[in-house]
Design a protein around this ligand. Structure first.
Ligand SMILES: Cc1cc2nc3c(=O)[nH]c(=O)nc-3n(C[C@H](O)[C@H](O)[C@H](O)COP(=O)(O)OP(=O)(O)OC[C@H]3O[C@@H](n4cnc5c(N)ncnc54)[C@H](O)[C@@H]3O)c2cc1C
Length: 460
């Protein structure tokens, strides 16, 4: 690497802010990726000013830059080439302020999601974004992927939880939109440009998050249903019975549930394994005794109306985390050998027929395959994991076609919450029109004319 560039970076970040050689290649490229990071260097700025100075330098030298948060992303959006420079937010970990009256938390973008949740909780407040990768992913990564997770039905996606944001453009310009108010209609909402753009338009350095009052009760249950029609009825029954306050509605198809409740998986099946659908439902309210009575009453009514065939209700926090442990044990899928993880969205009414079509498509190519399905059904979001005994490029492409092509006719999305990255860019046209893609490219060109920010991600 160019000596003058190295000394210029060290001047900005200090010696410990720059990693080279083995310090780069000894790191894994992602939480579930075995390959090492391929990059010229990892730069670790401490604040917005350092990010700005580094980007100014990289832009002048036309050096491609890939932002790194916790590397838990699942769409190859943080993958690097050997000529690229990583800018990691791992030293940008300050929580700057928690305002329990304004209900905001201000933090640097490298703070881990779980740390944000715990900091909010320490002030008796609540940050509702929650996902299985909470201990490793960063709030900057969450914003740049517009992460969803388990409570979107009640609180929305990351986009709905960010009030203000600071980002640095490719040329080093700092865009500080650190708004802390719920209402602010002063022209374009610029922060939204950076949310969900996977590091292609700017590097997010700070955020103002919208906090909620902490729920005072939790009611959680695992239900079994014998048809998808009943799954839809239960969703309607519970959400209307809770006046739109249902907090989570996670559906597991039989193959997923059986896998995560059979050894070597850690959980035992709280409900027998022979039903087609299992639903983890949760309601957060204001008074445990009152809410439990109301929640249990709704489940009772659902049982009487034959919407549910069996139910297990969590009696305490241990039961609750046991039920969530079943849903979160996604890593059991690796038992199937090479797997392909899909994250799609489609209208709830189309889900049953769509999954049948995907299975029929897979059957045309492979006699033996796994197709496990689970997801945030109330948000129209399904995760599908396929395994066909091969991880070769040709097999992956065929699996992708089996899953993505049927989405075209029903106006589904090839990415509900993980983003496009490298992985889905050739399928972007299933979910975006030609005009939309043209406008996206125009925006990219005007904000990053030298194409240095995460080049080749989302589109070419
Ligand atoms: C077990 C597990 C469960 C998961 N569950 C969910 C889920 O329920 N819902 C969901 O949405 N996702 C889920 N994910 C995916 C992942 O956790 C999210 O995409 C997360 O938001 C990524 O954050 P990160 O800090 O790890 O980002 P990274 O993986 O480091 O980066 C992801 C993208 O963001 C860019 N980026 C990172 N930081 C910045 C920054 N400061 N500025 C600009 N760009 C940046 C990167 O360049 C890349 O394009 C899960 C992942 C795992 C492993």
């Amino acid at each position: 690497m160019d000596v003058s560039f190295v000394s210029a970076v060290k001047k900005i970040t200090g010696d410990s802010g720059l990693l080279l050689g083995k310090d780069v290649s000894e790191r894994k490229a992602g939480i579930w990726i075995e390959e090492p990071i391929a990059a010229q260097a990892i730069i670790r700025p401490k604040d917005t000013k350092e990010v700005s100075e580094i980007l100014t330098l990289c832009n002048k030298n036309k050096l491609p830059v890939v932002p790194h948060g916790g590397l838990t992303g699942l769409s190859q959006a943080a993958i690097t080439k050997s000529n690229e420079i990583v800018i990691s937010t791992e030293r940008m970990t300050k929580i700057e302020n928690i305002d329990s009256i304004g209900r905001t938390l201000t933090a640097q973008s490298g703070v881990k999601l779980q740390t944000i949740q715990e900091a909010a909780e320490s002030e008796n407040m609540y940050f509702p974004l929650d996902l299985g990768a909470r201990g490793s992913c960063t709030i900057g990564g969450n914003a740049s992927t517009n992460a969803g997770g388990n409570k979107v039905i009640r609180y929305g996606m990351t986009r709905d939880l960010v009030l203000g944001l600071e980002a640095v453009l490719a040329d080093g310009t700092i865009i500080s939109s650190m708004n802390s108010m719920i209402k602010n209609n002063t022209g374009y909402d610029l922060k939204q440009l950076f949310i969900g753009s996977e590091g292609t338009l700017g590097i997010i350095t700070r955020v103002v998050l919208r906090l909620q009052e902490k729920p005072l009760s939790q009611c959680t249950a695992l239900l079994a249903a014998d048809s998808f029609d009943k799954v839809k009825k239960i969703l309607k029954h519970l959400d209307s019975g809770l006046a739109g306050n249902l907090t989570a509605f996670e559906v597991m198809w039989n193959e997923f549930y059986t896998l995560v409740t059979t050894p070597p998986a850690l959980s035992n099946p709280p409900i027998q394994q022979n039903y087609p659908y299992y639903i983890l439902v949760e309601y957060s309210g204001f008074n445990q005794a009152v809410d439990t009575q109301h929640f249990n009453g709704l489940l009772d009514a659902a049982l009487k109306k034959n919407m549910i065939v069996e139910a297990v209700i969590a009696q305490n926090e241990k039961d609750r985390s046991g039920l969530w442990g079943i849903r979160d044990d996604v890593e059991q899928q690796f038992q199937y050998g090479p797997i392909k993880i899909f994250d799609i969205s489609l209208p709830i009414n189309s889900m049953e027929a769509y999954i049948e079509e995907v299975r029929a498509n897979l059957k045309k190519h492979w006699k033996n395959f796994h197709c496990t399905v689970f997801g945030h059904v109330a948000d129209c979001n399904l995760h599908i994991i396929t395994a066909v005994g091969s991880g070769e490029k040709k097999a992956i492409k065929l699996m992708e076609e089996c899953v993505y092509e049927p989405l075209r006719a029903i106006k589904g999305s090839v990415s509900a919450e993980h983003g496009i990255g490298l992985e889905k860019k050739s399928y972007l046209n299933i979910s975006k029109t030609e005009e939309e893609i043209k406008l996206m490219k125009k925006l990219k060109k005007s904000l990053d004319p030298n194409n240095i920010l995460n080049p080749g991600k989302v589109f070419d």
